[in-house]
Design a protein around this ligand. Sequence first.
Ligand code: NAD
Length: 454
Amino acid sequence: MADVSVFGLGKVGITLAACLGAAGKRVIGVDVNPGIVDALNARTFTTAEPGVNERYQSLSIDEFEATTDSTRAVAESEVSLIIVPTPSNRLGGFSLRYVLDACDQVGRGMRAKRGRHTVATVSTVLPGSSDRRLIPRLEHASGRRVGEGFGYVYNPAFIALGDVVRGFEEPDYVLLGEADAESGDTLLAVHQAMMRADRPIARMSPVEAEITKIASNTHETMRVSFANMLLSVCSEVPGADVDRITEALAHRMGRRFFRGAVPYGGPCWPRDNRALSVFMDFVGAPSRIPRTIDLFNAEHGEYVLRKILQLAPAGARVGILGLAYKPGTPIVEESFPLKLAQWLMAERRRVIGWDPLAADEVRLVTKGCVRMADTAEDCLRQSDVVVIGNPLAELAAVDWTYAGRATVVDCWRCLPAEVTSRVGSYVPLGRGPDGSVATWLERTTDGRFDLAVN
Ligand SMILES: NC(=O)c1ccc[n+]([C@@H]2O[C@H](COP(=O)([O-])OP(=O)(O)OC[C@H]3O[C@@H](n4cnc5c(N)ncnc54)[C@H](O)[C@@H]3O)[C@@H](O)[C@H]2O)c1
């Protein structure tokens, strides 16, 4: 007998299952992919997500078992967590097709079971999905009514790939979109078992929680974009330093998601931001904020590209350190550094990349078009211009003498002075050139600045 069944053992689901198991909950995991199920039961499955392998591999088969048999999983557990994909569809919304399949499976399991069962959707969905599609589907498949024969909670995860364990064990807060208070209590107890310390709890209706989840990502992209806006201004103004400005602003606005650098990317932020605007358009609410963030993100990418093209003439060899969408992950989905590599190649620059985790993924996704070096030093040796695409921890161990007289464009201003003083030329994006502000304004605005201040 298990306590919790987890439907979907992908990047997020296996981490959730492992954290629950490590917290003493008996877990039965369900996946439609028998290969994953077999590898998990044989304890041979491994993931790059830190902390997961050791957590789940130390559990006995009584403590954590995987299966493709959803009816058994529901029969043997009290709570089912659904964490299957919600891919973007053609209109920019999220397809519920996998979640609906999982609802059918859980619903059929409930039909064959006696006693109450609680279902939680963890997947990211468009606001209204639980009320309009998921709860009715569970009711239809189970023959029960929500709040009577089963409980329902929308319970999204606030996690970052590469740090998912912390997102479950030390979350910023727990969000419960509960159809009834008893179901919310049940889910809260599941989270409290996993959490290392008391964390804030936000309880609300399912649709409010659905809005909260997706709005959280839009707010985060808004902050990233705001800092990126400051980066571009500061890159132009003599003597300006974006970090001094964001650090000062952080006293009023907080530090998180507030470092000027490259455009945001990855599997969640871009698509969640777009999906919020699509939802708002459908319901007739002005969607200019999420749309503008998305537009600005693209514009910022062009700004960074322009800066690098100015430093690397056609035919130049450009090395990019860090090709994944962020450090600590092999994922290249919507990765800005990878897009940059492809844009530079289209502009006749010769690109070579290096990434400690994402090299195979880059080769696969680009069908070998983006060349990858085996070591950072190899990448430096072959480059006239080196771009820091990600603030990788591994950069600290790199032998920068291999960069020779290359120009280093540091999009994150993360290299220490002992390195930056030795390379051919160091260009920290977000720090303006030396020189007089007054002369620069006169030259750049052709005297028009004075009209603005008259
Ligand atoms: N990846 C992230 O950083 C992140 C962050 C927050 C939220 N989310 C959300 O979490 C959800 C899952 O994301 P992921 O990255 O773990 O996906 P994933 O693609 O890595 O894994 C999904 C798993 O679900 C399985 N699956 C599909 N249909 C199933 C079914 N009917 N029954 C059982 N298993 C089924 C698949 O075989 C796969 O193993 C998505 O809605 C995503 O938006 C992801």
